[in-house]
Design a protein. Structure first.
Length: 253
């Protein structure tokens, strides 16, 4: 994973159009790993209720939908799945044609990362207008949990990717074996911290909201090492008082 060539980052101002989002967020390489997060101006990744949804905005949601539309698969940790009320994924109508023209499934598959095998029922429930769901486990996940999940989603949708924790590089390699080279993670902060430490993140897409909460709370990185990393600013999207930033992450220093 290298840094991109020198160039001035593009500055785009709203209002947004689908074409503007396509131009800004088209993946720069055939194989690319992105992380999408929102943060307050003082660095909080969640609002007073402990959820990221309480600090997002219509502009942030538009970028959120665009990033999903460009992704072959979306990876989310089970804690975030539970906290944020995830279900299987559904593509907004305006992005369906773009996905299918690129040979992608109408709705991106959701990969749930969990060492325990605990996945909320609402994610496992099937529906005609939602994407597939896979679960990434470890070799130490209990057989009872594996059997329960296999009965719900099938053996082919179980991915073992690590001995005592789900290893980022192993999981990504197994996703690429399935032809999924455009990978998006939406966290949470602990998963992003682990993936940054593993050196697998190519790009962080960060919305900075004009909010100041104060106090203590999680940042977009939790539990990562204190190694210094540099990032290159790829683009800036300004909509009203929101800033949507694209950073290409370098390797650890």
């Amino acid at each position: 994973m290298g840094m991109s060539s020198d160039r001035a980052p593009a500055l785009t101002r709203g209002p947004l159009s689908q074409q503007a989002l396509m131009d800004l967020y088209a993946p720069p390489q055939e194989s690319w790993v992105r992380a999408n997060f929102v943060s307050t101006m003082d660095g909080r990744a969640t609002g007073p209720d402990g959820l990221s949804g309480s600090i997002n905005s219509p502009a942030d949601k538009a970028v959120f939908d665009a990033l999903r539309a460009f992704s072959d698969v979306v990876v989310v940790a089970s804690g975030t799945i539970r906290a944020e009320g995830y279900t299987r994924l559904n593509t907004p109508d305006e992005w369906v044609e773009m996905r299918t023209a690129a040979g992608r499934a109408v709705h991106p598959p959701l990969v749930v990362v969990t060492g325990s095998g605990d996945v909320p029922d609402r994610v496992l429930e099937e529906g005609p207008d939602f994407g597939d769901v896979l679960v990434a486990l470890t070799e130490q996940t209990s057989q009872d949990a594996v059997d329960r999940l296999t009965a719900r989603i099938g053996k082919d949708n179980i991915i073992v990717a690590g001995k005592d924790r789900v290893d980022a590089a192993t999981l990504l390699a197994k996703l690429r074996e399935r032809g999924w080279t455009q990978v998006l993670t939406e966290g949470g902060p602990t998963l992003l911290g682990a993936w940054v430490d593993s050196g697998v993140i190519d790009e962080i897409d960060l919305t900075v909201r004009p909010l100041a909460l104060g106090g203590e709370g999680p940042s977009i990185l939790t539990g990562s090492s204190e190694a210094l990393r540099e990032a290159r600013l790829l683009s800036v999207l300004s909509v009203e008082d929101d800033l949507m930033l694209r950073y290409q992450l370098s390797v650890s220093k």
